[in-house]
Design a protein around this ligand. Structure first.
Ligand code: IP8
Length: 257
């Protein structure tokens, strides 16, 4: 069983306070992931896992400084500053997960991946080999080169459906800071499929706070367009990450088939 869990930056930090970390959530997530691995082990099964995390209060405010009308400027400094902000956040996350005895290893997209002719080039061989050896690769949203000119933010919301498709993952999870995709009355939409996708996409607004990527809209649009079945749920609520990893129902199911 292969699961991909994207931890939204908004559950790991307070996006309105630069360089803040939500320690309670981070520690709890470490514990819930540990418990989910144990659950599978006790059943005689193995959960293979990839974790992706967003930029949160580290990547987004720094990226915003260099972004002027869709173009990054002064990137001789900006590139390494954004990369460094993400690396700091990433190290904090890895260190905490290690303390829960999780064999997490680092994957930093800015060092090897890029866009060319509008397409993401992101070789997955290393990740596949890590999974075979029972490591948990941790990938993060990042700044990357755009070979057609300038630079691009590679969001965790792009990485999740990309890896899900490439690696044929069984469970794809977006842990966000809301209970799922909400309708106009604030109720959780149970399923998004071809019957309601257009209406939902047109009504979604960008996530709150300083976000250089597209919030809920991007999550739904990317997963649906790549025909990836995924669940969007509230990772702030105790127990939800464990439940989602063991296949219990939480949040909104995106079912593009
Ligand atoms: O929070 C953004 O990743 P996301 C990464 O997953 C940067 O969209 C560098 C802002």
């Amino acid at each position: 069983m292969l699961a991909i869990l994207k931890l939204g930056g908004s559950i790991l930090s307070n996006k309105k306070i630069p360089f803040s970390v939500n320690w309670d959530n981070l520690e709890r997530i470490g514990l819930e992931v540990r418990e989910a691995l144990n659950y599978y082990r006790e059943k005689g099964e193995k959960l293979k896992l990839i974790i992706i995390h967003g930029g949160g209060s580290f990547g987004h405010p720094i990226a915003k400084k260099y972004l002027k009308e869709d173009k990054f400027l002064n990137m001789e400094k900006g590139f390494w500053e954004i990369q460094r902000a993400m690396r700091r956040f990433h190290n904090i996350i890895l260190d905490t997960l290690h303390s829960y005895d999780l064999p997490v290893v680092s994957i930093q997209p800015s060092s090897f991946s890029f866009f060319e002719h509008g397409k993401l080039m992101f070789p997955t061989r290393t990740i596949e080999e890590f999974l075979k050896r029972d490591f948990i690769p941790v990938v993060h949203g990042d700044i990357v080169l755009n070979l057609d000119g300038n630079y691009k933010i590679l969001s965790g919301d792009h990485i999740l459906p990309y890896l899900a498709k490439e690696l044929k993952a069984d469970i794809n999870l977006h842990a966000s800071n809301v209970d799922g995709v909400l309708d106009s009355e604030g109720k959780v939409i149970e399923v998004i499929n071809k019957n309601n996708i257009d209406k939902i996409l047109s009504s979604l607004r960008d996530a709150e706070g300083i976000d250089v990527t597209g919030g809920m809209y991007l999550k739904v649009m990317e997963t649906f367009n790549l025909k990836v079945r995924a669940i969007i749920f509230n990772g702030n609520k105790r127990g939800n990450i464990y439940k989602a990893l063991i296949g219990e129902k939480v949040g909104t199911l995106i079912d593009p088939q």
